[in-house]
Ligand binder design. Sequence first.
Ligand SMILES: [Zn+2]
Length: 266
Amino acid sequence: MTPTHPAYAQLRQATPLAAVMLENNPGMMTLDGTNTWILRAPGSDRIVVVDPGDEDDEEHLQRVAGVGSVELTLITHRHHDHTGAVDRFAEITGAPTRSVDPAFLRGGAALEAGETIEAAGTRLHILPTPGHTADSVSIHVEADGQPSAVVTGDTILGRGTTVLDDSDGDLGDYLDSLRRLVALGDGLTVLPGHGPDLPDLAAVAQYYLDHREERLAQVRAALDTLGADASARAVVEHVYSDVDPSLWPVAERSVNVQLGYLRSRG
Ligand SMILES: [Zn+2]
């Protein structure tokens, strides 16, 4: 039987160009775990690995390395559940690692906006999609005669919506990134950092945009009631009163980002 998400400890082919090894590190921020994406054209014995995952998970890394000869490792963004294993994975495979954030470069150059990488029989277009973090990129995967897909990291998840990092996340950047993903057009499979793959990137990115606009409208309305200088916590208690209080600390980070966006625009 073809495995379906979440399939731990086995390679699951999501599209002709992309398979996933789901790491067994489920949690509140990782959903079912980190998706390590494995990209290659059909018939290629070389692979590109995106986001090797958390550190100290030797079984996961050995399984991923066992799929094929690793030509290149790419990083979607700096968060630890995607990058913790960078050193150990580079040691196992000897493959270069490329990222936007120089902290994760291992024998490779920094990723550049608009760059196209040819590897494992595919063409990989690097699309900067900042917002979740400043260094977030998406990877548009193509090969002749095959359906295209986009690795989205945590910019778009397979379920729910994403939380913007309140240290270097930025809502204005994020909305622009979502608009650029919508503009890529119909028929692109979403290969997310967490959760199941989804059939239509443009539709999901549009849903995310609508959701953010809705939340922004709620925060604006809360500020009208609470006063323009209201704290993030006060806004959370007002807007998320229907949400379990255990989730309020996460909501507070998200509201902080929204307040920054609204206040920077006066
Ligand atoms: Zn992340």
